[in-house]
Write a protein that binds this ligand. Sequence first.
Ligand SMILES: Cc1ncc(C[n+]2csc(CCOP(=O)(O)OP(=O)(O)O)c2C)c(N)n1
Ligand SMILES: [Mg+2]
Length: 376
Amino acid sequence: MPKKTIYEARIDHIQLLDEHGKLDEKLAKDTLTDDDVIFLYEQMSICRWLDEIAFKLQRSGRMGTYPQNKGQEAGPAGAGLALSRFGDRNWLVPCYRENIALFLNGLPMEKILLHWMGDERGNQIPELPGGVNILPIAIPIGTHPLHAVGIAYAKKYRGEKGVAVSFFGDGATSEGDAHEAMNFASAWKVPAIFFCQNNFWAISVPRSLQTGSETIVQKGLAYGMHCVQIDGNDIFASFKIMKEAIDRAIKKGEPTFIEAVTYRLGDHTTADDARRYRDEKEVEAWRKKDPLIRTRKYLESKKLWNDKKQADIEARAKEIVEGVVERAQGIEAPVFKDIFDSTFASLEGNEELLRQRATRRTNSLGQVPEQERLRA
Ligand SMILES: Cc1ncc(C[n+]2csc(CCOP(=O)(O)OP(=O)(O)O)c2C)c(N)n1
Ligand SMILES: [Mg+2]
């Protein structure tokens, strides 16, 4: 029977900096300067320390829950830096595992702590000095890529030069909304970029149970999008590919899907114990690929880093995060009504009922501790 091939697919995997800290200098040309790498290494170190302290805050009852970003800093670091440099008034539409991309674009760190302390003011994003717009953290999985595509459509409609980037996990690509977003982005040719952090797990569900797809990124091929997979623990690859995606979006109005292959070294959130479902050998293998370790090895190999600088950044990270915690905890308690005002258009006389329901929650001792902080 005569047949002809009408479609063939190829997915490239991009790595510039390997796990031993060795850089492909040729591919890395015109990407990050030495100063950029030092800067990103320092920022990743500060974020890692914020993770440690946030974990302790939750354990001591001062925060509801917290999802550590540990191990996944490089992808959002490179991408976040590119977003701050290229494009015009870009939009960053996050989920919860790319804190560093937000900080690199000027979000005050205490906003993240306030969010996880359940304070609505953590979601009120001020106008940021770099000009990038940031939406509040999205906890519903996979819904916000649609918001980003809507924003990208508005940018196109208004003739503005800039992109809207949504960050989400591998699990989000099992949700219908993410596929609607990809379809619209490609059909409407809007400047949207999809940045998927594939960390191999959606809470306790392994990637192998989520999809039969060989890669996550090839899902974007079905929608006619430019698709590329990167080593998500490599700041050079992330910066380079995000820069190219921004160019493609602005010059050609075409969306890109980036899959950053990485691993979460911590639990899903503080409410989780990953030891119950993950093999320690798997975690150990990924610890060796830690983005902080490889970036430091690279800097050391170029004589740009030493033990003294390491001690300095560790001390600075402690000082910065201490200040962040002080500011997050030091602000006046939130107004009770904020919880509802930010959720409902109108309370329609149900305010008292909602108040009673919200404050009925007690801890194991039958106390109502957290709500007492709230002002009426
Ligand atoms: C619509 C929706 N369904 C279920 C959940 C519960 N939930 C929270 S995180 C999560 C897993 C997300 O996995 P992934 O997208 O891979 O992101 P990761 O946490 O691994 O970064 C789920 C199912 C949710 N928040 N929203
Ligand atoms: Mg995941």
